[in-house]
Design a protein around this ligand. Sequence first.
Ligand code: PLP
Length: 400
Amino acid sequence: IFSDVEEAQPIEVFHLVKVFNEDDDPSKVNLTIGAYRTDEGKPYYIPVVKKAESVVLDGTLNHEYLPILGLESFTKAASQLLLGDITQRQEEGTIFGVQSISGSGALRVGAEFLVKHLKCTTFYYSIPTWENHHLIFMTSGFQNAKTYRYWNEETRSLDFDGFCEDLSNAPENAVIILHGCAHNPTGLDPTEDQWKKIAEIIKEHKLIPFFDNAYQGFASGDLEKDAWSVRYFLSQGFEFLCSQSFAKNYGLYNERAGNLTFVLNSVENVKAVKSQVTMIVRGMYSNPPNHGARTVSTILNNDVLKNEWMNTLKLMTDRIKAMRKSLRENLENLGTIGTWNHITDQTGMFSYTGLSASHVEYLRSKYHIYMLRSGRINICGLNTNNINYVAEAITDTLLN
Ligand code: PLP
């Protein structure tokens, strides 16, 4: 029965990690996967997460099912983290969260809901975007994948006019995937004024915003600032969806802690919407997992732990900023071909370096430095031990 199955392409980022792990060159550098690394190049088990886990694992819990829509202390706190003071809206029910299998699961459940219940057929994503958006939305039943311009290759900055023009040509009811902050892979976010314009176009053309928030805290180090775009849409009376991932900002990658927030304007619609999301989850994976969500909830619902978490986030983003600055300085001091201000203009974990696929190949074969074919690097893969090596390698690559 399996003889006609065709092999799919490997997932680039995970494939590269495998090749990297098999590479025994001592100077190898991994700038591929979107995960935080310490200055020693190690994964980071955030101390406050460890503390919260000891509370979660204190022996009082059993392994009973969570409700289909998840742990309420988690979804409520998670939606508030993103949208601010929404307790009144949560009490009346017009804003509610659905626990999800991390950010990907939130996008998947939300997308399926939009297809099934709002009859959406078309979605738009930025060029470029996180490579999984397309797969998730198509798998959810969308028929048309469309793109909006975002990255200007020449200026290595945001193509805002192109972005607006493409949104203005989108058909009514099209779903627009927006990165709340720290755009992956470019590290470029619209300014507040640009967000206002985006909101205007979305309202005028009756489009549906779907905010993807995988990096709250990682753009500026300030959770409130990083939520500005989403909160602005809320203040303008939009109805919309937001996905949240706690993989990066809690270092809970494999625990799959996420949240999907629905923002509705009418109390009358709440019951039906909730019941239909319940059916989607029930038919997809039935109930969410406990551990990651309970850990996040323990932190978000305790002021002392939450403060400690925010301080850690700030340290993590400070390290990323320091690495951006150092990479740029190194490249400029070496007289590397090109301009490098975009490295520090961008925010979040990633930098879209502007290196071509052939540069990327050269860096891998000659220097054992791994990055995505698109030239995206994870800044967290840089540290005080390898940054000179990486800068020198880029300098040489651009001469060849
Ligand atoms: N959205 C964006 C833009 C991402 O970069 C990621 C992860 O890399 C996700 C969503 C979802 O990640 P996860 O499913 O691990 O939470």
